[in-house]
Ligand binder design. Sequence first.
Ligand code: C5P
Length: 222
Amino acid sequence: APAQSLTGRRVAITAGPTREALDPVRFLSNHSSGKMGFALAAAAQRAGADVTLIAGPVSLATPPGVKRVDVIDARQMKEAAERAADLCDLFIGAAAVADFRPVEVAQQKIKKRGGSDTDSLALVKNPDIVAGIAGRRERRPFTVGFAAETEKVEEHARDKLKRKKLDLIIANDVSVPGGGFNSDRNAVTVIGADGATHLPSTLKSELADQLIEIIAARAFAR
Ligand code: C5P
């Protein structure tokens, strides 16, 4: 059984993609399965935490004992995350939030325009959920983010750690075959201000237990 490293702690985790509506039948999104975030929620629960899982649209079962809040788009995810963060000790942003959303959501299905073979779409940046929480001056939980990178993984992750004011970042090389999005396995490097720990490729459930132990030690070590 996992060590009860999070007993009495409240943990909030975002997971999965977001969906940004374009019209009543279309959206922008990505291939995130939500598996890593759900595995982390299950691991945090096993470690004794009271866990709120803020889930984008995914087809995964809720881990036993975890409180789940379903959302669709980035702004809904931010609202749910901010509310959960007000009450939590540890916040983990594992969601693949869409960076942009359409400026306008058409009320009716957008029709093909005749004549031109090209078209364009106006987009606006979504709020950065994890950076908003990490940047708090009050009620700030220990905040952990993810960095999915395809090159210069540690360098880009360290930049993100600083820019978003995170306590820890979990760097994920998504160019390695058999890891990252949609896979059941993953290898990561956990990076903080005082060093990095590499965790070699393993099942996401096993990796989640290892990550929760590392995070709990860094966040709550007495
Ligand atoms: O900047 P990038 O999207 O690579 O950062 C990834 C990290 O930031 C993840 O922890 C992700 O959950 C979080 N994020 C967020 N809100 C956004 C974009 C990313 O919370 N709008």
